[in-house]
Design a protein around this ligand. Sequence first.
Ligand SMILES: *[C@@H]1O[C@H](CO)[C@@H](O)[C@H](O)[C@H]1NC(C)=O
Ligand SMILES: *[C@@H]1O[C@H](CO)[C@@H](O)[C@H](O)[C@H]1NC(C)=O
Ligand SMILES: *[C@@H]1O[C@H](CO)[C@@H](O)[C@H](O)[C@H]1NC(C)=O
Ligand SMILES: *[C@@H]1O[C@H](CO)[C@@H](O)[C@H](O)[C@H]1NC(C)=O
Ligand SMILES: *[C@@H]1O[C@H](CO)[C@@H](O)[C@H](O)[C@H]1NC(C)=O
Ligand SMILES: *[C@@H]1O[C@H](CO)[C@@H](O)[C@H](O)[C@H]1NC(C)=O
Ligand SMILES: *[C@@H]1O[C@H](CO)[C@@H](O)[C@H](O)[C@H]1NC(C)=O
Ligand SMILES: *[C@@H]1O[C@H](CO)[C@@H](O)[C@H](O)[C@H]1NC(C)=O
Ligand SMILES: *[C@@H]1O[C@H](CO)[C@@H](O)[C@H](O)[C@H]1NC(C)=O
Ligand SMILES: *[C@@H]1O[C@H](CO)[C@@H](O)[C@H](O)[C@H]1NC(C)=O
Ligand SMILES: *[C@@H]1O[C@H](CO)[C@@H](O)[C@H](O)[C@H]1NC(C)=O
Length: 616
Amino acid sequence: MDKKLFLLFIFSAVLVCIEAEPLEDKQALLDFLHNINHSPHFNWDENSSVCQTWRGVTCNTDGSRVIAIRLPGAGLSGPIPPNTLNRLSALETVSLRSNGITGDFPDGFSELKNLTSLYLQSNKFSGPLPLDFSVWSNLSIVNFSNNSFNGSIPISISNLTHLYSLVLANNSLSGKIPDLNIPSLKEMNLANNNLSGVVPKSLLRFPSWVFSGNNLTSENSTLSPAFPMHPPYTLPPKKTKGLSKTALLGIIIGVCALGFAVIAVVMILCCYDYAAAGVKESVKSKKKDVSMKAESSASRDKNKIVFFEDCNLAFDLEDLLRASAEILGRGTFGTTYKAAIEDATTVAVKRLKEVTVGKREFEQQMELIGKIKHENVDALRAYYYSKDEKLVVSDYYQQGSVSSILHGNRGERRTPVDWDSRLRIAIGAARGIAHIHTQQGGKLVHGNIKASNIFLNSHGYGCVSDTGLAVLMSSVPSPGTRASGYRAPEVTDTRKAVHSSDVYSFGVLLLELLTGKSPIYSLEGEQNIHLVRWVNSVVREEWTAEVFDVELLRYSNIEEEMVEMLQIGMACAARMPDQRPKMSEVVRMVEGIRPENRPSSTESRSEVSTPTVYAT
Ligand SMILES: *[C@@H]1O[C@H](CO)[C@@H](O)[C@H](O)[C@H]1NC(C)=O
Ligand SMILES: *[C@@H]1O[C@H](CO)[C@@H](O)[C@H](O)[C@H]1NC(C)=O
Ligand SMILES: *[C@@H]1O[C@H](CO)[C@@H](O)[C@H](O)[C@H]1NC(C)=O
Ligand SMILES: *[C@@H]1O[C@H](CO)[C@@H](O)[C@H](O)[C@H]1NC(C)=O
Ligand SMILES: *[C@@H]1O[C@H](CO)[C@@H](O)[C@H](O)[C@H]1NC(C)=O
Ligand SMILES: *[C@@H]1O[C@H](CO)[C@@H](O)[C@H](O)[C@H]1NC(C)=O
Ligand SMILES: *[C@@H]1O[C@H](CO)[C@@H](O)[C@H](O)[C@H]1NC(C)=O
Ligand SMILES: *[C@@H]1O[C@H](CO)[C@@H](O)[C@H](O)[C@H]1NC(C)=O
Ligand SMILES: *[C@@H]1O[C@H](CO)[C@@H](O)[C@H](O)[C@H]1NC(C)=O
Ligand SMILES: *[C@@H]1O[C@H](CO)[C@@H](O)[C@H](O)[C@H]1NC(C)=O
Ligand SMILES: *[C@@H]1O[C@H](CO)[C@@H](O)[C@H](O)[C@H]1NC(C)=O
C-alpha cells in the first residue's frame, strides 16, 4: 500500500472533520458536561460531530457556531460550572428547564449577547436575578418560574424592547413590581412570589391571576385577593383579537424561518423511508442536505406551521426537524408518527391523506378544534397546510390507545385491564365527546370515535383525539375493517356524521370495553362478526353473562355495574338514530354506574367544565 497516499487520505479526512466543527464551542460544551452531574443519556461524544449528532445542540447553517442548546429534563444537577456556557457566545436559545440546577444565576450569561430565549424554569436556582438585563437586547422569552430566586425584579427589564414573555412565577421575589412599559410584552406571570405594593398601570392589562399569591395592595377592584389561583387553560395572548395568527406566530417563533415547515415535512418523509430500516446516520446527513435546499426555496412559501400554544412545549419546527420519527399507526385518515423532540418532549404528528376541503375551510376547522381545552379532549398543538401536505400535531401518549391497551399483547405476557380502569376510560371519553358536542354552537361532531382514538389522560380517564377531522376527509373505512364497526348504520359518508352517530360509535366502544372484543372480529373460518349484533343476540337469548370479557370475571361484585354499562352501550348503539340518548345524558348514565363517580362536589366538576377565557 502506498503509505503517502494513505497519510494524505487520513490528513484530508481530519481536515474535513475540523472544518465542519465549531471546536471551541464543542470544548465549552464538554467542559460544561464534565463538570456537572447529568443523566447517562448524553451522546456528547468528543469524537462525533457536535452539529450533526449531539442531542440538544443546534448549530447555525454553516456549522461554524452553536446557537442553541436545549437540555430539558436532562438530569442536570449542581451549579452551572463557571466559564463554560458563557463561551458559547453565539447562543440564541438556552433551555435548561426541568433539571435540578442549583446556585446563583450564572454571571457569565451576560456574555451571551445574542440570547433571545432563556428557559430556566423548574430548577433550584437561588439568589438575585441578574441586575442588568439590558445586555441581552434581543431577549424575548424569559421563563425563570419555579425556582428560588429572591430579591427584587430589576428595573433594567424595561429596557428589553423585544420582550414577549416574562414568567417569574413561583419564586421568592420581593419588593415592588417595576413599571414595565414594554408594548411587545404579551405574556407575563408573577404569581406566587412575595411582591408588595401595587400593580403598575402599564401592567393592569394582564389578568389578575398573574399577580396572585403576592402581598399586593388592591387599590381598585380589578385585583381581588380572592381571585382563583388557577390560570385559565388558554394563554391570554391567544385571545387578543387584533393579533393575527401570522403575526402571533412571528412573535412567538420569530427565529423560525418560514422554510422550517417544508423542512419538517421533508424530514418526516425521510424518517418514513429510513428510520424503519434503522439507517439513522444516513437520515441525519440526508436531513442536512435537504434543509439547505429547502431554506432557500421556502422563503417563497407562504405556508407555515401554526401553533396553538406558544413555546410552552419549547419546541419549534427546528426541533421537529431534528426529531427522530417512528410510525405509530396507519389509520383511516392517515399515518401517525411519533416525533421525539429534545430529550423530554414527544409529540404525535399525523399526516392527513385525502383532505377534500380547501385551505380556508381547513384552517377554520383547525382554529375551532384548537380552541377546545378539556381534560378529556386531546389538545391540538399545531397544524400545517400546504398543497401537498397536511399535518396535525398533538400530544403523544406513551401508554398507547385504548385499542392497544385492550387488544394488544393478548396472551401470557398481558396485563389485564381491570374494571375500574375501563370505567374511567368510559367516563372520560363520554365527557370528552359531550364537550365536543357543545362546541361550535352545538354543531361540532367528532365523526370518528373508536378505541384507537381514545387515550388515557394523566388521571387514567379517557381522552378523545382526532376531533373534527372527519368533515375534512373523504375516506370512509372499508367494510370489514375494525374501524367500520364503529360506524352508525345510517352513515354512508364520514362527512355526514352527526351527534347521534357519535353516540352510536361511543356505544360500540362501551361494548368493546365490556366484551374485550373488537367491533368487527372473526373466528377462524367464519364470517365477520359484528359486535353490536352479536351482543344483541346473546342478550336476547338471556345469556347476558356470556358477553363479558373473561378478564373481568376475576373481579367480584362488579356484575351489576357491568350489566348497567351493557344497557347504556346497547341504548347508544340503537339502530334508529332517534332512539339513541344525547351525549350529555350518556355522561350522566355512565357516571351513575358507580355513584362515587358522580361529580357531587364542585371540585371534580371544575376540572371538566369549560375554562374561563380572559379578555386582556
Ligand atoms: C476519541 O478518539 C481518540 C483517538 O482515536 C481516542 O483516544 C479516544 O479514546 C476517543 N474518545 C472516545 C470518547 O471515544
Ligand atoms: C449575533 O447575531 C448576529 C445577527 O444574527 C450575528 O451577526 C453575530 O455574529 C452574532 N454574534 C455572535 C457572537 O455570534
Ligand atoms: C438582534 O437581532 C437583530 C436581528 O435579528 C440582529 O441584527 C442583531 O445583531 C441582534 N443584536 C444582538 C446584540 O444580538
Ligand atoms: C417545579 O420544580 C420541581 C423541581 O424543582 C418539580 O418537581 C415540579 O414539578 C415543578 N413544578 C412545575 C409546576 O413545573
Ligand atoms: C407554580 O406552582 C404551583 C403549585 O406547585 C403550580 O400549580 C403552578 O403550575 C406553578 N406555576 C408556574 C408558572 O410554574
Ligand atoms: C436571598 O436568599 C439568600 C439565601 O439563599 C439570602 O442570603 C439573601 O439575604 C436573600 N436576599 C434577599 C433580598 O432576601
Ligand atoms: C437601559 O439601557 C441604557 C443603555 O443601553 C442604560 O443607560 C440604562 O441605564 C438602561 N436602563 C435601565 C433601567 O437599566
Ligand atoms: C415577604 O416579605 C416580607 C416583608 O415584605 C417578609 O417579612 C417576609 O418574611 C417575606 N416572606 C417570604 C416567604 O419571603
Ligand atoms: C404585606 O405588606 C404589608 C405592607 O405593605 C406588610 O405590613 C405585611 O407584613 C405584609 N405581609 C406579608 C405576609 O408579607
Ligand atoms: C381606580 O379606579 C378608578 C375608576 O375605576 C380610577 O379613576 C383610578 O385611577 C384607579 N386607581 C388606580 C390607582 O388605578
Ligand atoms: C414557564 O414555566 C412553567 C413551569 O414552571 C410552565 O408551566 C409555563 O408554561 C412556562 N411558560 C412559558 C411561556 O414558557
